[in-house]
Design a protein around this ligand. Structure first.
Ligand code: PHE
Length: 496
């Protein structure tokens, strides 16, 4: 059967941008920038982008375009018994998506509660008690929070409906799921920077603290953010690009996607920090007292600012709806890109029909996500999130080693450059073969050490084992098992 195709090249680019731009750009990036040296964070961030982000993005596009297969098969054309790398990337990304949709589930609730700004004046207890009903300890699962479960269900139904008819429909939907949040972001930026105190907030965001650059944590933050944000190591970019024709341009696409994503992060920072400046101003406190970490930024700090906006309840409600609708539309195309990648894997390797594969993945995703809808859900979400980021970096490292040391890498870059006006040449070879792997190994090792010295967020050992190490290693072993070669796969010479 002929491979499915994108309707046009721009559909692929939009889809790739949609996958990259997600919740990570709005709550993760601004917070990372803030806590890692403000404006100075842009230096490690840009270095991570240029040394690893772009080269790896190019590499993943190459795999998909050249071998015309998704992540479950592409690696096997290079070296026998390496398809497990693809399965491992899908497994890790799956684990990320299964909690990602739950965060989107909270957003549904917040959209409803925006009518009348129900959280006003009690933002913290609203999140922790009313919405999450959080237990006092990671071991106390308590019961299921039904509204969150329902929100998660809605998200999965939406994903299924978008995915099951094929890549052509995906290509149409992404115009909306990329366009709408951009529009809303623009609106939030304009509103943000015209609020009182905005300049103070922006000053915080952009004010460089260069001494931070000496801390290894900051570099991990930058590299981790580039992986997460560009959807690298997820297998998604391999799947999406496998639906492009064989002689497609690789380099320009990589630049367009990377640039759009990073620019969006940068601008999202303006919306977030101007609003924080306003919040600090209206509470008469310094900005650093209102900056929240991770989810608290989107689900406590922002709601607080919304409840203080001038213009009365009506305009506050409108802003609430807009902000959380933005989160939903930002997240949905990241979430379905991953489901598409798994579906591609199941189709390519096991010839499962698209519709059945999509249904299966969505049901499994929904069921696994139930753990995050319990009273201890947030704790588990936090633990799994922390460890899965390790997985992404490991996948990236394996990809670079495979291409760098088990192929004729000069031939690979000649092929890539031959299909584009932009040439990466020797630069790419050095990055893939030496620079990036070394940096990633250093980052992994230094963090492995701190992992043992300082248990993550003080969670008990058993919880870190189950939600962290055992899960990570378990996924790896399962991937090895699924990736065992079933049929003989021909190693493809690159000159062919
Ligand atoms: N790139 C996404 C983001 O920044 C991360 C993501 C991709 C999450 C795919 C899930 C699935 O939010």
């Amino acid at each position: 059967m002929a491979r499915e195709r994108w309707d046009k090249k721009s559909a692929f680019i939009m889809a790739a941008i949609g996958s990259a731009i997600g919740l990570g750009n709005v709550w993760r990036f601004p917070y990372m920038a803030y806590s890692n040296g403000g404006g100075a964070f842009f230096i490690p961030y840009l270095i991570a982008l240029i040394t690893t982000g772009i080269p790896l993005l190019t590499l993943e596009y190459f795999l998909g375009i050249h071998f015309q297969k998704g992540p479950s098969e592409a690696f096997g054309f290079i070296k026998k018994r390496t398809n497990f790398i693809g399965w491992f990337s899908l497994a890790i990304a799956g684990m990320i998506t299964f909690y990602y949709t739950v965060i989107m589930g909270w957003s549904w609730i917040y959209i409803l509660k925006s009518f009348g700004v129900e959280w006003a004046g009690k933002e913290k207890t609203f999140l922790f008690n009313s919405v999450l009903n959080i237990s006092s300890d990671v071991s106390i699962l308590g019961g299921i929070q039904w509204p969150i479960l329902l929100g998660n269900l809605l998200t999965w139904i939406a994903i299924f409906l978008i995915i099951f008819r094929g890549i052509k429909i995906v290509g149409k939907i992404v115009n909306w799921t990329v366009g709408l949040p951009w529009l809303m972001l623009l609106f939030l930026i304009i509103r943000g920077i015209t609020l009182q105190g905005a300049a103070n907030g922006l000053n915080y965001y952009l004010h460089p603290n260069f001494s931070k650059l000496l801390e290894p944590q900051v570099w991990l933050g930058a590299y981790g953010q580039i992986f997460f944000s560009l959807s690298l190591g997820f297998g998604i970019m391999i799947a999406y690009s496998s639906y492009l024709p064989k002689r497609s341009d690789i380099n320009s696409n990589a630049w367009i996607v990377a640039f759009s994503n990073c620019a969006t992060s940068f601008f999202a920072g303006f919306a977030v920090f101007s609003t924080l400046g306003f919040l600090a101003y209206s509470n008469s406190v310094p900005v650093d007292e209102v900056v929240g970490k991770g989810i608290t930024l989107a689900f406590i700090t922002f709601p607080t600012a919304i409840a203080k906006l001038p213009g009365g309840v009506f305009s506050q409600s409108l802003f609430g709806i807009m902000f959380f609708l933005m989160l939903l539309t930002l997240g949905i195309d990241s979430a379905f890109s991953l489901v598409e990648a798994i579906v591609t894997g199941l189709k390519d390797t096991f010839q499962i029909k698209r519709k059945n594969a999509a249904l299966g993945v969505c049901i499994v995703g929904f069921i696994v996500g139930t753990i995050y809808t319990t009273n201890a859900g947030l704790y588990w979400l936090d633990i799994v999130d922390h460890w899965m980021n390790w997985g992404l970096i490991i996948v990236g490292l394996l990809e670079m080693i495979l291409i760098g040391y088990f192929t004729n890498i000069d031939e690979v870059i000649r092929t890539i450059d031959g299909q584009s006006n932009i040439k990466l040449g020797k630069y790419w070879v050095y990055m893939i073969k030496y620079f990036s792997p070394i940096i990633l190994i250093v980052v992994l090792l230094s963090n492995l050490i701190s992992e043992f010295n300082e248990p993550y967020e003080g969670y008990p050992l058993w919880a870190r084992m189950i939600g962290g190490w055992i899960l990570l290693i378990g996924l790896f072993v399962i991937s090895l098992f699924i990736g065992r070669k079933r049929k003989e796969q021909k190693i493809i010479k690159l000159e062919e």
